[in-house]
Design a protein around this ligand. Structure first.
Ligand code: ADP
Ligand code: MG
Length: 147
């Protein structure tokens, strides 16, 4: 188990390749706002809860760090919310409670194996977040701004 941490901000535009190339949209946050918090944490795949103002609270899975497949040079924070939305929500306030760790970052030899692994991460997150130890953070007041 990890010590939960909390970050948030307005959803910004990324490189537009999450949903377009992978079929997995990731809501990007301005990582410079909390680069210290991010650098304190091991790169890898985490899960937790996402509070999206005006929408609600959802399960999420996210990678922290450089994206080896795309040779990113900057650390990014981009959760995939495990919910089907009818519309994009750029500019909305997104609050995250990051409560668990799944795996370190890995290199994938194909886009197919990367996508496969992210879906597996999503299933792991779905299940883990139903466990009381992780489910309790759904009620974190921090997530509910301004719900
Ligand atoms: P970008 O590179 O701009 O982040 P993506 O291709 O990663 O673009 O798509 C992310 C955007 O898609 C989010 O900013 C959000 O507005 C929208 N979106 C729709 N559904 C989801 C979802 N389930 N999880 C995350 N973002 C989503
Ligand atoms: Mg994205």
């Amino acid at each position: 188990p990890i010590e939960p941490w909390f970050i948030g901000g307005p959803v910004i535009k990324g490189f537009g390749r999450g949903s377009k190339v992978l079929g997995i949209p990731t809501a990007n946050l301005p990582a410079d706002n909390f680069s210290e918090l991010v650098s304190e944490h091991t790169s890898g795949v985490y899960f937790g809860w996402a509070g999206l103002s005006t929408h609600g609270i959802y399960k999420m899975v996210m990678s922290i760090g450089w994206n080896p497949y795309f040779d990113n040079t900057e650390k990014t924070v981009e959760p995939w919310l495990l919910h089907d939305f009818d519309e994009d929500f750029y500019g909305e306030e997104l609050r995250l409670a990051i409560v668990g760790y799944i795996r370190p970052q890995a290199n994938f030899h194909s886009l197919e194996s990367l996508i496969e692994r992210i879906h597996e991460d999503g299933r792991i997150a779905e299940k883990a977040l139903d466990l009381p130890a992780y489910a309790k953070y759904k009620d974190s007041p921090y997530l509910r701004n301004p719900l």
